[in-house]
Ligand binder design. Structure first.
Ligand SMILES: Cc1cc2nc3c(=O)[nH]c(=O)nc-3n(C[C@H](O)[C@H](O)[C@H](O)COP(=O)(O)O)c2cc1C
Length: 387
């Protein structure tokens, strides 16, 4: 416990320094707007919500809308967070929590904690150093970063800045040669795994993004929608093809249904990644923490299961692990950290989350990741099977 308290004190000091430097954009661009939806709070960022509040003042309105928004009426975006808030934790007392251990093993490699960085595109919208700064921050925080196909910086530069494993999130291109090129580049850059986003055959109805950032939508039918080289209807055959192209473990990202999880494993998936793309594609999909139990129950023990979407607190991480996730990932929050203070901000966000996880573990009497199970969640509120 002493360790947790000391780390929190250090974090608060670091966060105060971050706050002082956070209000003006690093590239000198003016603050364009206020975001009334983000509650104001005085003081330094001590939570992911604080990073979000500060980030909203550091970037252009277009960049903010692109990063922060979701699809349609953004119900799934909200549900992703709210579903965690609905789950009630079970407290156990007087367990020995003097030594907290957040280590996990994934793909045979030990990692200091179970928090990864989901692939997100265009990091230069948040900070001029883009993904290179993200990789540095991820390294300092002991986090595995999943690099988007649509990174602003070359994968090779990102890899040079990384001190923790990288995965590459390779979108399948219409042109298989281009996909093959990405797989080769990922392998040559030392990536540890290939993560295939499989939930975006078309672009979602991202109204806020389309109003301010890009793709002003014409009132045309989907069939007339301009052909795009990367969003096209991929099938399981494409996944089997990718599997045959690389020796790296293949992670399928964007699974919500246990049947798809099982099918994915048959197609060669080394891990299943439960995700609804942060609510950016199809509004009214369920929250990922609601989809997770059925997927875990189907594939438990066969492959690791990852989950992202709406994770904003250490208690959320704890709940995802309790339901059966091997590891979790965050998207928007680390972009907020990046916007606020570059690599230090990314490190800050991961450290806050990890620290909150440790506190939550200590306060529920679970000293190790292996000791976390479904009994941690009170079933009445969760609608989950009994642990
Ligand atoms: C700005 C932004 C860009 C994204 N770009 C990608 C991408 O290139 N590839 C991908 O698989 N997912 C992408 N995602 C989805 C994330 O990987 C992740 O699933 C989602 O952000 C998790 O939800 P959270 O933001 O609530 O943590 C993006 C998300 C955001 C916010």
């Amino acid at each position: 416990m002493a360790d947790v308290t000391r780390r929190r004190a250090l974090l608060l000091t670091a966060a105060a320094t971050e706050a002082a430097a956070s209000i003006v954009r690093a590239d000198g661009l003016p603050q364009e707007h206020e975001h009334p939806e983000v509650p104001k709070a005085a003081g330094p960022p001590v939570s992911l919500r604080d990073f979000e509040r500060l980030a909203s003042g550091t970037m252009t309105r277009a960049a903010w809308e692109f990063i922060n928004s979701g699809a349609g009426d953004e119900r799934t975006v909200r549900w992703n967070e709210e579903a965690y808030q609905q789950l009630r934790l079970r407290q156990r007392v007087l367990e020995d929590v003097s030594h907290l251990d957040t280590r996990i093993k994934l793909f045979g490699r030990e990692r200091p904690h179970p928090i990864l960085l989901s692939p997100t595109s265009n990091h230069q919208l948040a900070h001029p150093e883009g993904e290179v700064a993200t990789a540095r921050g991820a390294g300092q925080a002991g986090a595995t970063m999943i690099v988007s196909t649509f990174a602003d910086k070359p994968l090779e530069d990102i890899a040079r800045a990384a001190s923790q494993p990288l995965w590459h999130a390779t979108y399948l291109m219409k042109d298989r040669g281009r996909t093959r090129d990405w797989l080769r580049r990922a392998e040559e850059s030392g990536c540890e795994a290939i993560c295939i986003p499989i939930d975006s055959p078309v672009v979602g109805a991202r109204d806020r993004e389309h109003r301010t950032y890009r793709f002003p939508r014409e009132p045309v039918s989907f069939l007339e929608y301009p052909a795009d080289y990367w969003r096209y209807p991929t099938t399981w055959k494409d996944i089997e093809w990718v599997h045959a192209q690389t020796k790296l473990p293949m992670v399928l990202k964007g699974i919500l249904d246990p049947d798809d999880a099982e099918r994915g494993i048959r197609a060669g998936a080394a891990a299943v990644f439960v995700s609804n793309h942060g609510g950016r594609n199809l509004d009214t999909l369920p929250a990922t923490i609601e989809a997770l139990p059925a997927v875990v129950d189907r594939v438990a023990g066969l492959v690791p299961v990852l989950v992202d979407g709406g994770i904003r607190r250490g208690t959320d991480v704890l709940k995802a692990l309790a339901v059966g996730a091997t590891a979790v990932a965050i998207g928007r929050p680390y972009l907020y950290g990046l916007a606020v203070r570059g690599a230090d901000g990314v490190r800050g966000v991961v450290n806050v989350l990890r620290n909150e996880l440790e506190m939550a573990m200590a306060l529920t009497g679970k000293p190790t990741i292996a000791s976390i199970d479904r009994s941690l969640i009170l079933p009445a509120a969760a609608g989950l099977p009994k642990g």
